[in-house]
Design a protein around this ligand. Structure first.
Ligand code: EAX
Length: 373
């Protein structure tokens, strides 16, 4: 059974208007989720596969819905479509991945909860959002850890990164791999910010991520946590004066219309985690588990290739649409890095400080290692 109300990626679903239409879509979507949840169970062979009967030889036939908040056409959704295609090929069409982008099935926290209880099969939140469920992941919520994506990949792909993924299982979810949102940058409505001191009193939308909130507070800003689907309206109505995300998502989500003064701060490298409901995953034959894992690994390689150039391309698009994008000089960026030192000293002891040290060591980040000695 496949849902017809919400066409998956590639549909003509428009990014606007947000507001009322979005809200009613989400309500209907939630209804659809619970109906489909039942349908997925009965058609998935979750029980059959688990009982190890003859169904295993051919494998189960099922539809797996994969919800995310990222805009249609962004690199993540290009990669997730590729994932869907590969799963279809590798399973000879038995396993169907349906990708629901653009917050069609809700905000990130909401979708993590749905995936935990099995009302949704897959999702891919920012690591920070998942850290609310698995606190060890808070180590990635500290700013200015990574200088470049290559360094981040080395750490994520190491034993340390693998261990962090494995530990996600304790929250009723299986983590299939590290996806990527990318380096987060600043976008403001009222003018360019280059110095952290200029954030004083500024209402900045953040994710619902305690360490992000604490950092912005520590430099005197007024962080306002909210779910991604609410952000566009909040910017438009002046509820917040800024937002931070990678250029690609800032642009595709149209945040750069109200917030068109951008700074390439690269303050957080934001991994996303590819999640699947644990009971569902464990109900699959080992062959089918392997298919999902292989397709995820291939998808991540694809995503990293796509990410390599997208930020600069999008930056040019933002500028040609009338946005202003500032770079930080080395000295200006150093002022941002230094601005995080008091935050590290205060907050490192509140998280798994040994893991944080390991991440900083693996990233070669001596500034913050010294700060939290
Ligand atoms: O994971 O909420 C956010 O700002 C995130 O960057 C977004 O949901 C992608």
């Amino acid at each position: 059974m496949s849902p017809t109300m919400f066409p998956p990626t590639g549909s003509s679903h428009s990014h606007t208007p947000r507001g009322i239409r979005r809200r009613s879509l989400r309500l209907i979507a939630l209804g659809a989720i619970s109906l489909l949840g039942l349908a997925a169970c009965s058609s998935s062979g979750a029980a059959d596969a688990g009982s190890g009967d003859s169904e295993d030889a051919a494998g189960a036939t099922m539809t797996i819905r994969f919800g995310n908040v990222i805009s249609v056409g962004d690199t993540q959704n290009q990669a997730y479509d590729f994932f869907a295609e590969r799963v279809g090929e590798l399973s000879d069409g038995r396993l169907t991945i349906e990708v629901y982008p653009d917050s069609q099935l809700g905000g990130e926290r909401e979708m993590v909860e749905s995936t935990q209880v099995g009302d949704l099969e897959m999702t891919a939140p920012s690591a920070g959002v998942l850290a609310n469920f698995d606190p060890a992941l808070q180590v990635f919520d500290f700013p200015f850890i990574f200088e470049d994506a290559e360094t981040a990949y080395t750490v994520l792909d190491s034993e340390l990164g693998t261990e962090l993924l494995r530990d996600v299982e304790q929250s009723g979810l299986v983590a299939l791999g590290w996806g990527e949102n990318g380096f987060r940058n600043l976008a403001m409505t009222d003018g360019i910010v280059t110095d952290p001191a200029e954030m004083q009193g500024k209402k900045l939308r953040t994710m619902q991520v305690p360490m992000h909130i604490a950092y912005w507070q520590s430099i005197g800003a007024a962080p306002t946590p909210m779910a991604f689907p609410e952000v566009f309206t909040a910017l438009q109505q002046g509820v917040v004066e800024g937002v931070e995300n990678p250029f690609e998502l800032l642009h595709s989500a149209k945040f750069t219309e109200p917030a068109n003064y951008l700074t390439e701060t690269r303050h957080i490298y934001d991994p996303e985690i590819i999640l699947i409901n644990k009971d569902l995953f464990e109900s699959l034959s080992s062959g089918d588990q392997e298919i999902l894992q292989t397709a995820t690994d291939e998808m991540i390689a694809e995503l990293r290739t796509l990410k390599a150039t997208v930020s600069d391309e999008v930056r040019a698009d933002i500028e040609s649409a009338g946005g202003t994008v500032a770079d930080l000089t080395t000295a200006e960026r150093q002022a941002w890095i230094d601005s995080a030192i008091p935050f590290y000293k205060e907050n490192a002891p509140t998280v798994d400080i040994d893991k944080l040290r390991q991440v900083l060591e693996a990233a070669g980040n001596t500034t913050f290692l010294d700060a939290i000695k």
